[in-house]
Design a binder for this molecule. Structure first.
Ligand code: ZN
Length: 256
């Protein structure tokens, strides 16, 4: 049951009939793994911690760089040079001391991903490389865990939720991206640049989709890709079909 402080802290959630005290208890009981404490990770961590997600693990093996501060809003000037996972965890603990925050100062790989996602209800990623995305995708399919996946570059952002086991037509990340694009730099903001607030827009939407998955409310983005064009100030969603030849979900689902 929620105590008086919790009722006060989460009052704006409790007022929503789709959430209520029961939904808030679900959030407090939920465990989410956030992979990537960067531009997308900043709003994701901020909103999940503020929302009272009971356990939040933050995986990132990077250190804060001066060039991060233009969009990675949970870090301050004095954090430059410090490990991101630890600084992000400190930020989240200061925001909400009632929840548990775990810092994982390491890179997600195909080898460790199955172990790292173990025990989490939802995995949300805003990483900048395809290796980690592919590793998470395969591990999440095997463990039947929803993967909220966000990406940004220049003025455009993309967001989807992958849970191919939840419906025969639902795709996984590799149905969308079968192999790393030959020019990875095209969509890596370290190479092409990104307008700072775009990270806030897409990261906040990723946090919202994560809460929806926990609460089982609304229409999941599973099977759809949301594309936001910041310059045009327009947003659209396109249908994402499953690829029957997909190297990840076709096989893994057959095995499972
Ligand atoms: Zn697939």
């Amino acid at each position: 049951m929620l105590d008086a402080d919790a009722r006060d802290r989460y009052l704006r959630h409790i007022l929503l009939k789709e959430v209520g005290a029961q939904g808030q208890q679900k959030l407090l009981a939920a465990r989410v793994l956030v992979v990537g404490a960067g531009g997308l990770g900043s709003p994701i961590i901020q909103y999940l911690a503020a929302a009272g997600v009971g356990v939040i693990a933050i995986a990132d093996d990077d250190r804060v760089a001066l060039s991060n501060l233009q969009r990675q809003t949970i870090f301050r000037d004095e954090d430059v040079g410090e490990p991101k996972a630890a600084r992000a965890a400190a930020f989240a603990r200061a925001l909400n001391p009632e929840i548990r925050i775990v810092a994982l100062d390491e890179k997600l790989t195909a080898d460790n991903a199955p172990d790292r996602i173990n025990g989490f209800d939802v995995i949300v990623e805003g990483v900048d490389n395809f290796g980690a995305r592919f590793a998470l995708n395969a591990a999440c399919i095997k463990a039947r865990r929803p993967l909220v996946s966000a990406a940004i570059g220049r003025f455009e952002g993309q967001l989807s939720v992958f849970k191919p086991w939840a419906g025969a037509a639902l795709p996984c990340y590799r149905c969308l991206v079968p192999a790393p694009p030959p020019r990875e730099a095209e969509i890596n903001c370290a190479e092409v640049g990104v307008l700072g607030p775009l990270a806030g827009v897409i990261g906040s939407m990723a946090a919202l989709e994560t809460l929806k998955e926990i609460l089982s409310i609304g229409d999941s983005l599973a099977g759809r890709l949301l594309i936001y064009d910041g310059l045009a100030a327009s947003m659209r969603t396109i249908a994402l079909p499953r690829d029957p030849q997909c190297p990840d979900c076709a096989e893994l689902l057959r095995d499972g």
